[in-house]
Design a protein around this ligand. Structure first.
Ligand SMILES: Nc1ncnc2c1ncn2[C@@H]1O[C@H](COP(=O)(O)OP(=O)(O)OP(=O)(O)O)[C@@H](O)[C@H]1O
Length: 628
């Protein structure tokens, strides 16, 4: 590697106009750094990582792109992770909004700026792949001392732009290494991979956004036309262009010899201006037609292989129906607006490969909701629930990951399958994820990134595929801020957040009471009625233990009621007694735990600390009480 001193000298020579053997994109970027941004090559600047709140804004804006790009980016990462590559998805301002790297090298990656939240705009970081790509709009390799700032001259970075369907650069996909061979040519394959992945993301984006239009896929060769075309254009029912990938723009621009920078202006043009077809010809280009017939001519007489996809509406014959909330999800509430919003959002996530994070106070129904989402899918596989707070820390690893035969003293001789593997093909529900020890968070992150689990003591990873739903009563963001929860895991888990309202804020208490009473009556084996006075007591209670406390109260009342009529005296103490009275110890022992929990703001860990017991003990007590 060149020394910082000789690097600065070279930059100064270029600044004076001396000839240089560097690639043109690198030289152009150096000159922008020196002349436009007035960066001082002698002042090395560490990589800049955005503060949490700012990063969240960038991520929120890029949410859809991150979701659409996720599977392509994960696919690329699987190919390159063995070569210690890191992947960064940055937004159009150069801020890294998604990141994949080996968690083992976290500290080094963060220091080098190859991390979530790093800003790689050219005016801040100097010549770098993301920054140069944003300015030029072209894929670029910035290898080692191509970087402007001496802090970055050990890195090799290759980036490709991602354009939105109207032609604006919306993101940059970057693949980087902390250490690499000296020759720049070593990064050509990286360049090819990153450009291909960017093209696929653009295609997914186009397909997702233009469901009511035709999609025309084009390539200069028939190979992979249906699965990985060079270019794609969406066309509306009147034959006008409604969007395109960047490859699509190039294909059109070539036909009329148009220059760069006019992509946006092609939207709204008739496709027949560029290609020898109109919208009525598109059905002939659909899959299933003979390959030889799926060729068309451009207005400049070049031949292109083409493949058309009909609008979704046309394929179904009817307009796309609004999502209906499946029955299991519908039964979660009885007219509460906040819950209805949760139910609608949840119904859109059923059967999708999007991690869901459920937030809500203890007993608010997080696991119940997770099961309802799972059960709403007809082919859902197993539902494996893991309470990270209830399993003692020393056992979590082997419970989750399983272990190989003879992995440790006392291990079962045939080894043991872990809960993650047990969820293969189904749903893994990680309850109280905020209580997962930091070391295991890194291991879980690896499972999620790689789709593989390695049992304790095993040498070979096993592939796993599951839907992930996590839950926490902690505000995970606060845990991230205090360093108790990994930020990268947090971002991976909460692709979609569902926040359950606490029971005291719900406006459907009457409906809920009736619904739960019917269920308790079934368990009880006899009909139950609630007196008006008992209902008033239930409605006056603040429900610190939420739905669990309500279910529990009704079970207790059912047990005390003599003739199936529940009166106020049948309710647990904390509900039936006037607020100022000292409780006589008449009720089932242990129910006061709900009040104690409320005093701790619903925080099980805090209550465990105050009682001087394990979190798992508190959970066991709560569960025992709610099991009636
Ligand atoms: N919508 C609902 N209708 C009927 N009963 C419900 C509903 N939601 C939750 N419950 C009941 O409330 C109790 C607590 O629910 P659940 O275990 O899902 O809460 P949680 O938020 O996951 O609790 P924790 O934070 O302690 O893990 C359970 O007994 C469950 O059966």
């Amino acid at each position: 590697m060149v020394s910082a001193k000789s690097h600065v000298q070279e930059l100064e020579r270029v600044g004076r106009g001396d000839p240089s053997g560097r690639d043109t994109p690198v030289l152009q970027s150096w000159l922008r750094c020196l002349n436009d941004y007035r960066l001082d090559p002698t002042q090395a600047q560490e990589a800049y990582i955005l503060p949490e709140t700012e990063l969240k804004e960038h991520r929120d804006e890029a949410e859809e792109l991150i979701r659409i790009g996720r599977s392509a980016v994960e696919g690329l990462f699987r190919h390159v992770q063995d070569q210690a590559y890191v992947l960064l998805l940055s937004d159009a301002r150069g801020v890294t909004v998604d990141f994949m790297g080996d968690p083992t090298f976290d500290n080094q990656l963060r220091r080098a700026g190859l991390y979530l939240g790093s800003e790689w705009s050219e005016h801040r970081a100097g010549t770098c792949a993301v920054g140069a790509c944003i300015v030029s709009g072209e894929p670029v390799i910035i290898h080692q001392d191509d970087h402007f700032d001496t802090s970055h001259i050990g890195l090799t970075c290759t980036a490709a732009p991602i354009y939105d369907t109207l032609g604006d650069l919306t993101a940059v996909l970057d693949i980087s290494q902390l250490r690499s061979p000296t020759a720049k040519a070593s990064q050509q394959l990286a360049m090819h991979l990153v450009a291909t992945t960017a093209r696929r993301i653009e295609l997914s984006n186009l397909m997702a956004r233009t469901r009511n239009d035709w999609i025309l896929r084009l390539s200069r060769s028939p190979d992979f036309l249906d699965v990985d075309p060079e270019a794609a254009i969406s066309i509306d029912a009147s034959g006008r262009i409604s969007g395109m990938t960047h490859g699509g723009f190039r294909a059109l621009a070539r036909t009329l010899d148009l220059g760069d920078g006019v992509m946006r202006s092609l939207v709204g043009e008739r496709i027949s201006r560029f290609l020898d077809i109109d919208v009525d010809d598109l059905p002939k280009l659909m899959r299933g037609q003979p390959d030889g017939e799926r060729v068309l001519r451009t207005r400049s007489s070049a031949a292109l292989f083409a493949s058309a996809i009909a609008p979704v509406e046309r394929l179904r014959g009817t307009p796309v129906p609004a999502p209906r909330v499946p029955r299991v999800l519908r039964e979660l509430s009885f007219g509460d607006p906040a819950m209805e919003a949760v139910q609608l959002r949840a119904s859109k996530l059923v059967g999708r490969d999007i991690p869901i994070c459920i937030q809500g106070e203890t007993g608010a129904g997080k696991e119940y909701l997770a099961r309802a989402i799972h059960d709403s899918h007809p082919d859902a596989g197993r539902f494996v629930a893991v309470n990270c707070a209830a399993i003692p820390e020393s056992l979590i690893e082997s419970e989750l990951f399983g272990y190989a035969p003879g992995a440790f003293t006392g291990a079962a001789p045939r080894g043991k399958q872990g809960l993650i593997e047990a969820a293969d093909g189904g749903t893994l529900f990680l309850d109280e994820i905020g209580d997962m020890p930091l070391g295991l968070q890194a291991r879980l992150l690896r499972v999620l990134a790689e789709g593989e689990v390695t049992p304790v003591g095993a040498h070979r990873p096993r592939p796993v595929r599951f839907r992930l739903i996590s839950a926490s009563h902690h505000r995970l963001e606060a845990l991230v801020e205090s360093g108790r929860f990994r930020q990268d895991l947090y971002f991976r888990l909460n692709a979609a957040t569902l926040s359950l309202p606490p029971l005291r804020e719900r406006r459907d208490l009457d409906g809920l009471i009736d619904h739960m009473l019917r269920r308790v009556a079934q368990e009880h084996g006899a009909p139950l009625r609630l007196s008006a006075a008992a209902r008033r007591s239930l409605k006056a209670h603040p429900w610190p233990g939420n739905l669990r406390e309500l279910a529990n109260a009704l079970r207790v009342a059912a047990a005390f009621s003599d003739d199936g009529e529940i009166g106020p005296d049948d309710l647990p103490e904390q509900l039936s007694r006037p607020k100022a009275e000292t409780p006589p110890m008449r009720n089932r022992p242990g129910l006061e735990i709900f009040d104690q929990l409320a005093a701790c703001g619903g925080n099980v860990s805090e209550l465990a600390r105050r009682l001087g017991v394990d979190r798992s003990t508190v959970h066991r007590r709560l569960r025992r009480l709610s099991a009636g």
